[in-house]
Design a protein around this ligand. Structure first.
Ligand code: GTR
Length: 321
């Protein structure tokens, strides 16, 4: 069934790609007004202008085309032209995306921007090409923190035995295990129900997702562990890319680049708005000593930053001032 669905999508995308004007399809799990969605729409408008009306982008929000893991697979085979996902969702596919996902790696948003806007960011985007994806841009995603349903996390010890939903990534499983938790990988779309039914005790994310997924209604304790600043990534299917001319590829790259500052502005506004919404909705925002969390991450670095390439990337990130 799933296979049939994918091949129907391949056929549909081939039809639209051969038409004179192309509408690239882009997927996102977030709702219509989320900054990642509005940024790709903005990119589509710029692409339309740059290409003299030849190319546009249609964003499918709210997971309409599937979860992140599924849509990554669709883009890989060329059934879908674009995906906007978190780097975490790419960890098992493109090892270099492990680096910006690593816990407590970025010292600040400014540090993150300097790294992603410079040669290190470009190297990570480029690295995804050999896996079938043209990396177009990184978008902001703030810092991820823990939110829990029944009992609050007020110290590192409170993590013990907690059943925490994580992204479908081996790195994420290890990170939460290193915190003493019981990691449960599942798609984002199942988090609300998981928390509500008690299948999981907790999850972790930034304010905008905690708010837009309505997780604050079922997990009211939000503990500011800020353990990862894993950014969002915008990818183009290499299969679809290779059918485009250099000029067309240039327009796409340019439009994606221009969407980054637009997204950052939207993101900053949304973070503030989401925080206000969750507080008004009864969430308790808890400050915590992050030092024990950070100290517990050493084995995670030892396990995942193993080869020379990843070691060098981590070192280069740390050296950026
Ligand atoms: C969000 C991110 C999504 C997805 C989600 C998750 O912050 O924007 O792309 O990765 O987290 O935890 O699955």
């Amino acid at each position: 069934m799933r296979c049939r669905k994918i091949w129907a999508a391949v056929a549909a995308s081939l039809v639209s790609l051969t038409a004179a004007a192309t509408e690239f399809r882009s997927s996102d799990i977030h709702p219509d007004d989320y900054p990642t969605v509005t940024a790709v729409r903005f990119m589509g408008e710029r692409l339309k202008q740059l290409s003299g009306g030849k190319h546009t982008i249609k964003v499918f929000p709210s997971g309409a085309l599937g979860g992140e893991k599924e849509t990554i697979e669709q883009a890989k085979i060329g059934a879908l032209q674009m995906v906007r996902v978190n780097v975490g969702a790419m960890n098992n596919v493109c090892p270099e995306t492990i680096v910006p996902t690593m816990p407590f790696l970025f010292r600040s948003v400014d540090h993150l921007h300097k790294v992603l806007d410079g040669p290190i960011g470009a190297d990570i985007l480029k690295a995804c090409e050999k896996q079938g994806f043209v990396g177009l841009a990184f978008y902001d995603s703030g810092a991820r923190s823990m939110f829990t349903a029944k009992r609050a996390v007020r110290s590192f010890a409170d993590m013990k035995g907690m059943k925490v939903r994580v992204q479908q990534s081996d790195l994420w499983v290890s990170m939460l295990e290193a915190m003493g938790a019981n990691a449960t990988p599942m798609p984002m779309g199942e988090v609300y129900t998981g928390l509500k039914t008690g299948l999981i005790d907790a999850a972790e994310n930034n304010y905008p997702t905690y708010e837009s997924a309505r997780a604050f209604e079922v997990a009211k304790y939000f503990t500011k562990t800020e353990h990862s600043m894993a950014p969002e990534i915008l990818l183009f299917s290499k299969r679809a890319w290779d059918r485009l001319s250099a000029e067309e590829q240039g327009w796409i790259r340019q439009a994606a680049k221009e969407s980054v500052p637009y997204m950052r502005k939207q993101w900053a506004d949304r973070e503030a708005r989401s925080l206000a919404i969750v507080k008004a909705g009864g969430a308790e925002i808890i400050e915590i000593d992050k030092a024990p969390f950070q100290a517990a991450m050493k084995p995670v670095y030892d396990k995942f930053i193993t080869d020379a390439q990843l070691k060098s990337l981590v070192k280069r990130v740390q050296e950026v001032q």
